[in-house]
Design a protein around this ligand. Structure first.
Ligand code: WQD
Length: 312
């Protein structure tokens, strides 16, 4: 088991990764600027380095840590993650996601750290026509967010190749659910939290189009439980400790679930969900479903939880 520097560890996904790493016997120190992360998500005995990736003191903070603890690698999740915000403020995304990743790599290099697990996204595929999406299809991101995630992957890969480090990039599909109430996603901009809110408040959720070329006319996505996703990080960390470089890997269930199927699942868990069919949302692809066979082969990981578990 290793000791990991986990950036973004106070976030929705990061706090699940932290818990899974510790449950598997790893140790982790969290680096987070708490801009969107919540300190309440961190267990009391976890060390928190409150520092931005863009801070002048990043090298010093990481160097000081590596001076007193043997750090085996970096699990790099800290990033900005809103697609529409990235369209409105692209430079913020390039600065934080690309610049922040480069700064993290430099700080790690100065501290002698040579294993990297990078948090990537299905957004790197963009308008791919492939179905299902394998890791080998062309990456054609359609948002600044997706571009910065892809550029970050490139930086990690090129740096790792240049210095002989090991690396992997996990390309998350639609992450949902939570392992505990205090770890839940508080942002509520993605479909599942919006549907749950509609069940709670009686305010209808908008369904963005029911005339798509899919079985029920609504868009298909590959929803993966955040606890399963966190286990994928544990499997990737084990590979990195063996100095393997699994490269870029999809993390999904290889199963498409429609918007109406998500609503039906929330109804099973919480009761009636008012909905309203509205226009298609610009930029939405009809279907984004992973081929997640490579991660099963390379890391032995596969999702165990389904859409009903995510709603519960
Ligand atoms: C899911 C489905 C909508 C809201 C985004 C990013 C992606 C990744 C995950 C970060 C779509 C439909 C949604 C609503 C709806 N993010 N929908 N009514 O767009 O698939 O992916 O989040 O890494 O990069 O692009 O997720 O949750 O917004 O939408 O009908 O009010 O639900 O059209 O089909 P998306 P989402």
């Amino acid at each position: 088991m290793g000791t990991w520097l986990l950036t973004g560890g106070a976030g929705y996904i990061g706090s699940h990764v932290l818990r899974a790493l510790r449950d598997a016997g790893h140790d982790a120190v969290v680096l987070d600027d708490l801009s969107t992360g919540l300190v309440e998500r961190l267990p009391g005995d976890v060390e928190l380095l409150r520092c931005s990736l863009l801070s002048d003191s990043l090298d010093e903070v990481v160097g000081e840590l590596a001076g007193r603890r043997a750090v085996d690698g970096v699990v790099h999740l800290a990033a900005k993650k809103s697609v529409p915000e990235s369209v409105a403020r692209p430079l913020d995304y390039y600065e934080h996601n690309v610049g922040g990743t480069v700064a993290m790599l430099r700080a790690a290099a100065a501290a002698g750290i040579t294993r990297f697990l990078y948090s990537s996204s299905a957004a790197v595929y963009g308008e791919t026509s492939a179905e299902p999406v394998t890791e080998d299809v062309a990456t054609l991101p359609t948002s600044p967010y997706g571009e910065t995630k892809l550029a970050g992957e490139w930086a990690v890969r090129r740096h790792a190749e240049a210095v002989g480090a090991s690396w992997t990039a996990l390309r998350y599909f639609n992450v949902a659910g939570s392992a505990a109430p205090e770890l839940a996603d508080r942002g509520a901009t993605n479909l599942l939290p919006l549907v749950m809110r509609a069940a709670r408040t009686g305010e209808p959720v908008k369904v963005f189009g029911d005339d798509w070329p899919t079985p029920d006319g609504t868009c298909l996505r590959d929803y993966v439980h955040v606890a399963d996703l966190a286990e994928a990080h544990v499997a990737a960390a084990a590979a990195l400790l063996e100095d393997r470089s699994p490269g870029a890997l999809n993390v999904g269930r290889s199963e498409g679930t429609s918007v109406l199927e998500v609503i039906a699942a929330v109804e099973r868990a919480q009761g009636p969900v008012p909905r309203e069919i509205v226009e298609r949302r610009p930029g939405d692809p009809a279907r984004v479903v992973a081929d997640a066979s490579r991660i099963a082969e390379v890391l032995g990981w596969r999702a165990r939880l389904g859409i009903d578990d995510m709603c519960r």
